[in-house]
Design a protein around this ligand. Sequence first.
Ligand SMILES: [Ca+2]
Ligand SMILES: [Ca+2]
Length: 249
Amino acid sequence: MHSIRWVVAVSFLVACVPGCSDDTVGPDDDAGGEAEGGHAEGGQAQGGDSEGGAGGQAPVDPCAGFATEVVDVQYGPDAGFGQRDMPGIVLGPPHGAGETTGSFDVVALGNGGTITMGFGDQVISDGEGPDFIVFENAFYAGGDPDSPFAELGTVEVSADGESWVAFACKATEAPYGSCAGWHPVLAGSEESDADPHDPAAAGGDAFDLADVGLTEARFVRIVDRPDTTGLAGSFDLDAIALVHWTCTR
Ligand SMILES: [Ca+2]
Ligand SMILES: [Ca+2]
């Protein structure tokens, strides 16, 4: 989350008294669509995945193809945004804001921060093409797809939570290849009814287990890239959706 975004968030809070519409920050239909005044102290413009109230503890469908738990999180400097709505804000489906706007339904990792997401009884499997999608809150500055507002993270996967393999994320200018955090999120936005499990329509950054030689995975870890000088601040996680998975429940 970059400081500019804080300005936007604060401006929004100033303009939006409790009970007003949050149409300017994304759909977030599940959350009831209203900003809460109580979030002001955390700098939050909206309650995120607050369907279940306190602390974003809304129950997540265990087989719906989304992350169901935060296994571990280590925040870096400049984190803070979204933490009061953890873990619910990063579980379940994405709440995108379209091609030219970044959603506030995210948690900022801070520079060098990391988060490990689990999927419960769901196992990500290597099917045809991409197998899961990571949703950040990137957007196209000025509507130009060649100029993404990117906050990059390296994505790692593990079948057992012990042994990890990483997707290469070395690019220092667009296009950012196998990094997460540079494609806008369409699924869950007002301008799209895209299936969040469809990598051709949902937006976000899609990953194929075959690219790192795995046939299945149970955990996804995202590590903010603190070295991306010239880019904006840290990686903001909205959600992870599965494309190919089985559920043993
Ligand atoms: Ca695949
Ligand atoms: Ca971001």
